[in-house]
Design a protein around this ligand. Structure first.
Ligand code: AMP
Ligand code: MG
Length: 391
């Protein structure tokens, strides 16, 4: 059994790159940029009105102004603003030459003569200057970034319609256990629903990879071996949940070895998730995850998610926040590093959710995050600052 930090190190060092491919920017959500993206133009591309109003010279603000043109967005102004003149202008339209400000429609008064006057003594310029957001050639998105909706917006703005991205690792999911039935079925006596396949599929997708479900391996060595063998040959990563503890039917480690997997660790000094097993095969990296859903969930977040990201070229860091705990927490045994589900309360503190152990998946659904309690630490005092990791 190894400590968590060492396990993470072993997993990350085993990462291999999945390579890159060119994809449409519109399909790039959650993918990782393999190249910097630069802008082919200034943004804004011209001096632009940020309000509907009247473009004039600042020096003429208190004067009755002749309206010489109407400039909608998308039309380039034809007339130059001279003294005592202005053009009616719409949000997003190009500022006419000769003017250096726009006063808002709301601050204007049209006179019977047809002229217009600004009704306030001063205003902002209401002009967004050419290139003030982005200059031609600027790097707008850096390689290694995991693409969010707002990044896709930036790509649209700079005309980057195809991007080179890290290939999505293909991740196999195998559930193990004679007691499992699929979620659509009503479990018979002593059966339970297969939670982990759906859980891991969602986690894989959130991590930016592609999941493939191989079904339930029944608790016999032949069935388990055949599924694992197939999954290893067809995927970059294989996740098997269940069958890794020390019960009579927990023969996953033996089957992995038979399938040619070199086991790098079997057992991590964490709670939940102690039986977590990891090994490498020339065709795939293989995890044996604990059967209890909270354990599987947490071990995926801790070990599999950063691995997936690294394989795509992204150095993933969990989002964390330091907050005080609202009540004292004690544990009897401090031999293992523990992860606890917590909620962030309205007053900016954090409190543990009622949690009965690693089968209690509904506690995880209530949690905003998890906190780690290091080896050797038996209690967290009320008011102590803890690092909450969003999950
Ligand atoms: P195991 O590691 O196979 O000994 O399983 C540990 C516990 O997790 C047992 O209570 C199993 O019934 C449960 N379990 C195993 N696989 C799953 C699964 N896919 N979904 C929900 N619970 C599971
Ligand atoms: Mg089992």
């Amino acid at each position: 059994m190894i400590e968590f930090e060492e396990a993470l190190d072993v997993v990350m060092k085993s990462a291999f790159s999945t390579g890159t491919e060119t994809i449409s920017f519109s399909d790039s959500l959650n993918r990782v940029l393999a190249d910097d993206i630069t802008s082919d133009m200034d943004l804004p591309p011209f001096n632009k009105a940020t309000v509907d109003g009247f473009a004039c010279r600042e020096a003429d603000l208190g004067v009755e102004l002749e309206i010489i043109e109407t400039i909608p967005a998308g039309k380039y102004p034809e007339k130059i603003i001279m003294a005592d003149q202005c053009s009616r202008i719409m949000t997003g339209a190009a500022i006419p030459d000769g003017s250096d400000m726009v006063f808002m429609v709301e601050d204007s008064h049209i006179l019977p003569s047809g002229k217009v006057k600004c009704t306030v003594p001063f205003t902002k310029t209401n002009i967004s200057a050419k290139g003030e957001d982005v200059k031609t050639g600027d790097t707008v998105l850096k390689r290694g970034k995991m693409i969010k909706p707002q990044d896709i917006a930036v790509m649209a703005a700079v005309g980057c319609t195809s991007v080179v991205a890290g290939k999505m690792p293909v991740v196999a999911i195998i559930s193990s256990g004679d007691e499992l039935v699929e979620p659509a079925e009503k479990p018979g006596i002593s059966q339970i629903r297969n939670i982990n396949a759906s859980l891991l599929m969602a986690q894989i997708q959130r991590a930016g990879a592609s999941g493939r479900y191989y079904g339930i391996a029944r608790d016999n060595e032949e069935d388990t071996f055949n599924i694992i063998n197939l999954a290893i040959s067809e995927n970059d990563i294989v996740l098997i949940s269940g069958g890794v503890s020390t019960g009579d039917f927990d023969f996953i480690p033996a089957v992995l070895e038979r399938a040619g997997v070199s086991i790098l660790f079997s057992g991590v000094n964490v709670q939940p998730g102690k039986p977590t097993t990891f090994g490498t095969h020339p065709d795939a990296l293989v995890f044996g995850l604990p059967g209890n859903p909270v354990s599987s969930f947490i071990q995926f977040e801790l070990l599999v998610r950063p691995l997936i990201c690294k394989m795509m070229g992204h150095q993933w860091e969990p989002l964390t926040i330091d907050l005080p705990v609202s009540e004292t927490f004690n544990r009897r045994n401090a031999d293992r590093m523990a992860f606890l589900p917590v909620v962030i309360t309205g007053d900016g503190s954090v409190s543990p959710v009622e949690y009965h152990g690693s089968a209690h998946i509904s506690a995880m659904a209530l949690a905003d995050g998890i906190i780690a309690i290091p080896v050797g630490k038996k209690s967290i005092e009320k008011g102590e600052i803890v690092n909450v990791r969003q999950v």
